[in-house]
Design a protein around this ligand. Structure first.
Ligand code: ADP
Ligand code: GN1
Ligand code: MG
Length: 383
């Protein structure tokens, strides 16, 4: 590691965990916007590598609750997999490493919280999807994950960030940021604010349907960007990761957030808006993978809501990035000045593209459902 002081601090933290072998190289890892991740290679070739994460406790205010959620869900899936011949709970599910204090997280002297996972060697995560196989595998993985946790009682989990995907709440946060104008940036974003306001009512439809009891509240992952699934060397999905936001939600959230990162041929923060184009074959492959795992327990209303989720999730991310830009970049890590505005603009451009192709996307979902009649007998037509 470049910074010796940081490396020494990290080594002290590692020493609190019950690891096998001995510490080798320590390298910053991944491209997440919230936590800090390090890969810990094992100097002992016969012992596992590890992944150490500093959990952002300004954002995740209840770290013990967050760790309990992860333990509950990973144990639940591991128990189920133990009954499935040919499956491997250590490879297909994250494994938290315990500490010498008998916990699954460690709080250091400065108040930072850390956790450690077994590192899954031979896996990759992608920020941008490059082929249909990857997209289908991503769909299968997130769909299967949701199926695996479908019987977890919602009340067993702590709602780790309340109102996380509640657009009404997120729009209120944006309004507050506009009023406060803490960084004197409102003047730069007039057209973005108009864009948000024009769509605010329509985008709250999932929220209204949920409030009216028309959508089943399920246990959802809530951060299904494509880089949160690990694929093996053959691009076969191995494990769904980044379980910090597991909590009650609607299936449309997970479907929409994954599509946001799969259908877009450009990165999440693409500055050249011309490059933000839809890759429809990747969407179709993802939808097929996802629905192959989930279709047998979804009803017509929930299936239709998936397509609304495809518009909602890039919109909500755009709103959140814009809010953070106005607040002076206090939530997401940024790599350069104006990064959050760049992200927001890219997400809004994606919303525009999705609006233009809405009927096509809708038709693909319905066609996929109709092709799976043996799994679910519903007959579904465009409304
Ligand atoms: P963040 O919340 O910052 O996105 P993640 O938990 O998604 O953090 O981890 C960041 C990256 O680290 C992932 O995108 C993935 O590439 C890698 N990663 C995470 N967990 C593991 C693991 N157990 N084994 C191997 N790689 C992992
Ligand atoms: C954050 O940590 P990371 O990068 O996986 C965010 C998600 C956003 C995502 C946008 C707790 O996820 O909600 O979708 O950035 N996580 C949190 O890339 O806010
Ligand atoms: Mg992640």
């Amino acid at each position: 590691m470049e910074n010796k002081e940081v490396a020494a601090g990290v080594k002290q933290v590692i020493a609190q965990f019950l690891i096998e072998g001995s510490i080798g190289a320590i390298k910053p890892f991944g491209s997440g916007h919230i936590n800090d991740t390090y890969k810990i290679s094992n100097a002992d070739k016969n012992a596992p590598d590890y992944l150490l994460q500093r959990i952002n406790h300004h954002i995740f205010k209840n770290v013990p609750g967050l760790i309990d959620n992860i333990l509950y869900v990973t144990n639940h899936i591991k128990k189920k997999l133990a009954q499935v011949p040919g499956s491997d709970g250590d490879k297909q599910v994250l494994t938290l490493i315990g500490t010498k204090d008998g916990l699954f997280y460690h709080q250091d002297e400065s108040g930072n919280y850390w956790r450690m996972y077994r590192f899954m060697n031979g896996t990759k995560s992608y920020d941008v999807v490059t082929n249909e196989k990857q997209a289908r595998e991503g769909g299968r993985a997130f769909g299967n994950f949701q199926t695996m946790v479908a019987d977890v009682e919602v009340s067993k989990l702590t709602e780790i960030i309340p109102d996380f995907h509640n657009i009404v709440f997120r729009l209120r946060q944006l309004d507050e940021a506009i009023k406060a104008d803490a960084a004197n940036r409102v003047k730069d974003v007039t057209s973005e604010i108009i864009f948000v306001n024009e769509r605010a009512h329509d985008m709250a439809e999932i929220h209204r349907m949920g409030q009216a009891g028309k959508l089943p509240l399920r246990v959802t992952h809530n951060d299904t960007k494509f880089n949160n699934v690990l694929l093996d060397e053959n691009d076969v999905a191995q494990c769904v990761i980044d379980l910090d936001t597991i909590m009650p939600g609607y299936t449309a959230f997970d479907f929409g957030d994954a599509v946001r990162t799969i259908i877009n041929s450009a990165p999440e923060d693409e500055a050249d808006l011309e490059k933000i184009q839809l890759n429809i074959p990747l969407f179709r492959a993802f939808a097929e993978g996802f629905l192959s795992q989930t279709i047998n327990y979804m009803g017509v209303t929930e299936i239709r809501s998936l397509v609304k989720g495809v518009l909602l999730l890039p919109y909500i991310m755009g709103v959140r990035f814009l809010t953070d830009y106005l607040n002076g970049d206090v939530y997401y890590k940024i790599k350069s000045a104006g990064h959050n505005l760049k992200r927001a603009r890219a997400q809004f451009q994606l919303v525009k593209k999705l609006e233009e192709h809405y009927t096509e996307i809708y038709a693909i979902v319905l066609q996929t459902v109709n092709e799976n009649k043996e799994l679910n007998e519903i007959d579904i037509k465009i409304d």
